[in-house]
Design a protein around this ligand. Structure first.
Ligand SMILES: Cc1cc2nc3c(=O)[nH]c(=O)nc-3n(C[C@H](O)[C@H](O)[C@H](O)COP(=O)(O)O)c2cc1C
Length: 253
C-alpha cells in the first residue's frame, strides 16, 4: 500500500503514552498528524491510504472509557490501523483486545498491535523512568516493521491477547485527586483536565466525573494536587508485585 498519510490518535494524560506513540510514528514515516483524544474531537472519516495508529494507556486493565467514546466518533473504510496500549508494569489484561475491537467497530483493519511499559502514573516507584532507551528503540523498530508490512501490501489482521468477556467486567475508576493548601488557583489543572472535572471557576474542587487519570497532578507546578494519602498507600501495597518485576514490550505483527 502506498502510505499517503499517518494519523495518530493518542490519549496520554501524563505524557508517557505520547512518547511511545511518537516513536512508533517516527518509524513508520517522517511526518504524521496527531488527534489528541484528551480534548473533545470532531466526527471525521479517514481518507483511503491513511494509516491510523491509536495509542492509549491502560486503566484497570481496560481502555479508558473517554478514549473509547472519542475513537467511536471516527469512521474508517477498511483503513489499516495499529492498536497500542501502554501500561504501568502490572498488566494490560484485556485492554489491547478492547482497543482492537473498537477499531474494528469504526471500520479499521488492525494489522499490528503492541503493549508497551511506562512508569506507573499513580505509583511512580513502579517502572520509574520508563519508557527507557530500549523501549523507545523497540517502538521505532516496530514502526519500521509496520511500514515494511504495508509497503509489501500485507494487510493481514493480527490476533491479540485478551478475554472477550471483558465486556461484562466493570472498567474501574473511583480514585480522584484533590487540591491541597499549596493551590494558588492558577487554573492550569482545570484547563488541561480531559473530562472537565476541575471547574475553571473553582479549581480547588474535583467533580464526580473525574476519571483519576492524574493529568491534573502531573501539570501542577505547585504540587498542589494529589490523591488522598490512604489511597496512594493502599495502591502502593496492592501493586507491590509490580514493583519487583520487569515487563518488556510485546509486539504483534
Ligand atoms: C486510573 C489508572 C488505572 C491504571 N491501571 C493500570 C493497570 O490496570 N495496569 C497497569 O499496568 N497500569 C495501570 N495504570 C498505569 C498507566 O497505565 C501507565 O502509567 C501509563 O503509562 C499512563 O499513561 P500516560 O503517561 O500517557 O498518562 C493505571 C493508571 C491510572 C491513572
Amino acid at each position: 500500500m502506498n502510505i499517503k498519510k499517518v494519523v495518530q490518535l493518542v490519549f496520554s494524560p501524563t505524557g508517557t503514552t505520547q512518547r511511545i506513540a511518537d516513536r512508533i510514528c517516527d518509524g513508520i514515516s517522517d511526518k504524521h498528524i496527531t488527534i489528541d483524544l484528551s480534548c473533545n474531537v470532531k466526527e471525521q472519516t479517514f481518507e483511503s491510504e491513511t494509516v491510523i495508529i491509536v495509542t492509549v494507556p491502560v486503566f484497570s486493565g481496560r481502555v479508558p472509557n473517554i478514549a473509547i467514546e472519542r475513537i467511536l466518533k471516527m469512521k474508517a473504510n477498511g483503513n489499516p490501523a495499529i492498536a497500542v496500549v501502554v501500561y504501568g508494569n502490572r498488566a494490560y489484561d484485556d485492554a489491547l483486545l478492547e482497543l482492537k475491537d473498537t477499531l474494528n467497530q469504526i471500520g479499521c483493519k488492525v494489522i499490528a498491535g503492541g503493549a508497551f511499559v511506562a512508569e506507573h502514573s499513580i505509583v511512580r516507584e513502579i517502572a520509574t523512568g520508563r519508557p527507557n532507551k530500549n523501549d523507545l528503540q523497540t517502538a521505532f523498530d516496530f514502526g519500521k516493521n509496520i511500514a515494511e508490512k504495508l509497503n509489501g501490501n500485507d494487510m493481514r489482521e493480527v490476533e491479540v491477547p485478551g478475554n472477550p468477556d471483558y465486556k461484562n467486567k466493570k472498567s474501574g475508576g473511583g480514585i480522584s485527586p484533590k487540591a491541597n493548601n499549596a493551590c494558588i488557583v492558577c487554573g492550569e489543572c482545570a484547563k488541561s483536565c480531559p473530562v472537565g472535572a476541575v471547574p475553571k471557576s473553582d479549581p480547588k474542587k474535583t467533580l464526580k466525573n473525574c476519571i483519576g487519570c492524574m493529568r491534573c497532578v502531573s501539570v501542577c507546578s505547585h504540587h498542589a494536587r494529589a490523591l488522598p494519602k490512604p489511597i496512594t498507600f493502599l495502591l502502593g501495597a496492592v501493586l507491590s508485585s509490580a514493583k519487583k518485576k520487569i515487563c518488556e514490550p510485546e509486539i504483534f505483527i
